[in-house]
Design a protein around this ligand. Structure first.
Ligand code: PMP
Ligand code: GLN
Length: 376
């Protein structure tokens, strides 16, 4: 496994002093009460291993969150597992569910951990490209049906989606659910951006579709919701046998982590709805500022209904290849972005797509936009 694109591009931003619109690392504040609660937990001595399955109050808060938001009822004991970020949740789930030679379906472009996790398990990631439709990415139903083979074991879904900002629609989820029930596939759904959905778009969770709860592991994390990506507290909800299998693998990845964070997050999750409403307001303004700025800089941004990122077609600047564009960009405009080809498993990626992140301070975005406009 090579160096991750996030490491490479963040290092490029550091060494050149460019504005970092590459890695999705937020420059935004976190809830004050949450920070205070962590400090208090640390100083009052909550510093030893938590239970391997996670601190009970956080498992209860996660279960209450799923019931309140999605009408999904999970037992805090046995159907909720706290993990070291969504990253460990994904690795545990894939290692638990896949044997060497199995196939995993994911939609291309996809988060880079999916292919790496497949490799760790000796499985093969079969990528189904999302189709480009104007400024949107849409499910290619025929390609999905063609991708299923007798070796397919798991489908990894990510909605809201990184890197595109796509929110899978009710119709798309219904088709995916149909394919998964027809072929007895287990779904791992990565929903770390579940609270960061803008405008009229609505996040739907596939576990709530008929026949899906029993075959779905739903993963989320505190990192994006509370702007605490360095804390690495995530979770999995699902039926008892699948959660137990992921928990068995998880024991030998980290065993457990983050006691004071887990303790404080249990309280924060109970009041997440008010916090997330404000954060969505900030991120909506940021998305619009960046999208408008990219257009004024002569690039062609796509729609993003959610998450941290915007895609742009960089061909109007004379680049057929986003990697070349991103290599030149720090020098040319003092900005770092990430070539979207880094998120494609299949060879036929649209090479001219580049990902820009907008989870930044307004002044960083304004500076980046001004510099891009001057550099065009
Ligand atoms: N999945 C997706 C789609 C992500 O964007 C991220 C954020 N890097 C992760 C998983 C990892 O989340 P965490 O930081 O909680 O491990
Ligand atoms: N999720 C973030 C991104 O996509 C950061 C990932 C990472 O640093 N591993 O940019």
């Amino acid at each position: 496994m090579g160096t991750s694109i996030f490491t490479e591009m963040t290092e490029l931003a550091r060494s050149t002093g460019a504005v970092n619109l590459g890695q999705g690392v937020p420059e935004l504040p976190s809830p004050g009460a949450l920070l205070k609660d962590v400090a208090e937990a640390v100083t009052s001595g909550s510093n030893q291993y938590p239970p391997a399955v996670g601190f009970p109050a956080l498992r209860e808060a996660v279960a209450a969150h799923q019931l309140r938001r999605y009408g999904l009822d999970y037992r805090p004991q046995g159907e909720v597992l706290i993990t070291t970020g969504a990253t460990e949740a994904l690795a545990s789930a894939v290692l638990a569910l896949c044997d060497p030679g199995d196939e995993i379906i994911a939609f291309d472009p996809c988060y880079d951990a999916y292919a790496a996790d497949a490799r760790l398990a000796g499985a093969r990631l079969v990528a189904v490209p999302l189709a480009l439709d104007g400024a949107d990415f849409v499910l290619d139903v025929d390609a999905l049906r063609r991708a299923v083979s007798p070796r397919t074991r798991v489908l990894i879904l990510n909605t809201p989606h990184n890197p595109t900002g796509k929110v899978f629609t009710a119709d798309e989820l219904a088709v995916i659910a149909d394919v998964c029930t027809q072929h007895s596939l287990t779904v791992i759904t990565d929903e770390v951006y579940e609270h960061l959905v803008y405008g009229d778009a609505r996040h739907l969770t596939i576990a709530s579709l008929p026949g899906m709860r029993e075959r779905t592991l739903t993963i989320s994390s505190a990192g994006k919701t509370f702007n605490v990506t360095g804390w690495k507290v995530g979770w999995i909800c699902g039926p008892r046998p699948l959660v137990a299998a992921a928990g068995a693998a998880k024991q030998f990845l980290t065993y457990a982590s983050g006691t004071p964070y887990q303790e404080a997050l249990a309280r924060a999750l109970d009041t997440v709805d008010a916090w997330a409403g404000d954060l969505r307001g900030v991120l909506t303004r940021n998305r619009d500022l960046l999208s408008d700025g990219l257009t004024r800089a002569g690039l062609l941004p796509f729609h993003a209904d959610a998450g941290y990122f915007l895609q742009a077609d960089v061909r109007p600047w004379g680049y057929a290849d986003g990697v070349e564009f991103c290599r030149d960009l720090p020098e040319r405009a003092g900005v770092v972005a990430i070539p979207t080809s880094a998120f494609y498993v299949s060879a036929d990626a649209p090479a001219w797509l580049v990902r820009f992140s907008f989870c930044k301070r307004e002044e960083s975005l304004r500076m980046a936009v001004d510099q891009l406009i001057k550099a065009q």
